[in-house]
Design a protein around this ligand. Structure first.
Ligand code: GAL
Length: 440
């Protein structure tokens, strides 16, 4: 059975790579270690790289996520053989452990040479605290707006300066499903909205699957909730939650909270720290029908040798078709990095066409660059490229695009409390209180 809506192959613009590495090294118009505050400066890496250790901090520490990082490291080592990649990864999906360690390292002036952040609100936290410096020179050297979508550059820019290099774009509003489980349950069509999805979950349950849906720890619940918000509010009202146009205690949010409450009754029991691969694996193993996860799940399916169409299928969270719930990993240059030029070499690899191809093939995401040919990618990623081009964009709450780190923490606390107590009124008032505290 194939219930995936067919998404035509992306026809992304192919732009020739305008720059090549120059062998002299340095940055024109500004010194190479200044962080490139001159928006016209262009970084020129030394042939073979600056040399020395380059400490890179991520949460891609294990399994399919490490495979993505390994692919990037492979390209880095080839492009900059003088530089030594030092892996500072801290395990835990969505940075659930890494972010606290990073915050204390930054606080103690012990920054890594580069760290993983998210395009959007999360990045502005680091900028506001003066913890990262502009990398205009690197982005210019990579081709700037000729090779990166302007909508993405806008999310990386504050007061005219660009503060990180995006490695990829992930989609968060995807349901991953087991076709055989659905077939056994008699589910033959993609549900159009949350109500019909719940009806399908009933069918799955009646077929003998106790937990039709899988969830993991708190951040996976935040992500599930955000997708239900998008479904019930529509993308415009959802986006309005972050600029004050939509009230967090509006009737539509109350509907979403109640739908979320209902949907949780179909899910497994989870503890705060449960990571995402187990929730995805349960779909692969046929123990559940559905998991809502970002498309890093594709890397997990590949690792488990599950086949698109027979081993797994996918569709936008019902009610969110035509919306791309966006997040992008983006790498920074921290203030006080010990090897700033080595870090810039790393950023050059991150932003290079070769780096983006190798990384995104392994990670399940799509390249942030627009000049990496789509036909190199499997079907799912081609469909995501096409959606990103034509869909309306929503910003992910769980993954740093929509809200600051502090706001995300308060939303996560509210969601975790709700998981324990299931009190819809309390969740609505906690969410409204968090917005009142953090909305600028
Ligand atoms: C996100 C990150 C993804 C993936 C995911 C699960 O925050 O952007 O690349 O790593 O967490 O760990």
């Amino acid at each position: 059975m194939r219930i995936t809506k067919s998404w035509p192959v992306a026809a992304i613009a192919i732009t020739a790579l305008a720059f090549s590495a120059c062998s002299t090294g340095g940055t024109t118009s500004t010194s190479s270690s200044s962080g490139g505050t001159d928006t016209t400066s262009v970084y020129s890496p030394k042939a073979g790289g600056a040399g020395g250790d380059v400490g890179v901090f991520t949460w891609w520490a294990a399994g399919s996520e490490k495979a993505g990082l390994d692919a990037l490291q492979g390209v880095f080592t080839k492009q900059y053989s003088n530089d030594k990649f030092v892996n500072l990864a801290v395990a835990g999906g969505a940075g659930s452990n890494a972010k606290a360690k990073l915050a204390s390292d930054l606080q103690n002036n012990q920054p890594p040479d580069s760290f993983q952040g998210h395009a959007g609100a999360e990045l502005t936290d680091y900028i506001a605290q003066g913890q990262i410096v502009p990398v205009n020179d690197v982005v210019n050297a990579l081709g700037g707006s000729k090779v990166f979508p302007q909508t993405l550059l806008d999310r990386l820019t504050v007061k005219g300066n660009i503060y990180s290099v995006p490695s990829n774009i992930h989609r968060a509003n995807v349901v991953w499903a087991n076709p055989k489980v659905l077939q056994t349950a008699g589910v033959t069509a993609v549900p159009k909205d949350i109500k019909s999805w719940i009806a399908d979950m009933d069918k799955v349950k009646a077929s003998g699957v106790n937990t039709p849906l899988t969830i993991g720890g708190t951040w996976t619940q935040v992500q599930l909730f955000e997708t239900i918000l998008i479904a019930d509010l529509g993308v415009d009202d959802y986006n309005g939650l972050f600029d004050g146009k939509t009230k967090w205690d509006s009737d539509k949010v109350k509907t979403a909270v109640n739908d979320y409450k209902t949907i949780l009754t179909y899910a497994n029991t989870a503890s705060d720290g449960d990571d995402w691969p187990a929730a995805t694996d349960a779909v692969i193993d046929g123990k559940a029908a559905y998991n809502v996860m970002g498309d890093w799940a594709v890397a997990e399916f590949n690792e488990k040798k599950a086949v698109d169409g027979t081993g797994y299928t996918y569709f936008p969270v019902p009610g969110t078709d035509g919306v791309f719930d966006f997040l992008a990993d983006s790498f920074t240059l921290p203030k006080g990095a010990k090897n700033a030029d080595g870090a810039k070499d790393w950023l050059m690899t991150i932003g290079s066409a070769d780096g983006q191809k190798a990384f995104n093939l392994a990670k399940g995401s799509i390249p942030a660059r627009t000049d990496v040919p789509a036909d190199a990618f499997p079907k799912y990623q081609q469909s995501a490229m096409n959606s990103f081009k034509k869909d309306k964009i929503a910003s992910s709450i769980a993954h740093g695009a929509a809200v600051s780190l502090a706001w995300n923490t308060d939303i996560s606390t509210a969601i975790s409390k709700f998981y324990a107590g299931r009190n819809a009124d309390t969740l609505v008032s906690d969410l409204a209180a968090a917005a009142a505290k953090h909305q600028k």
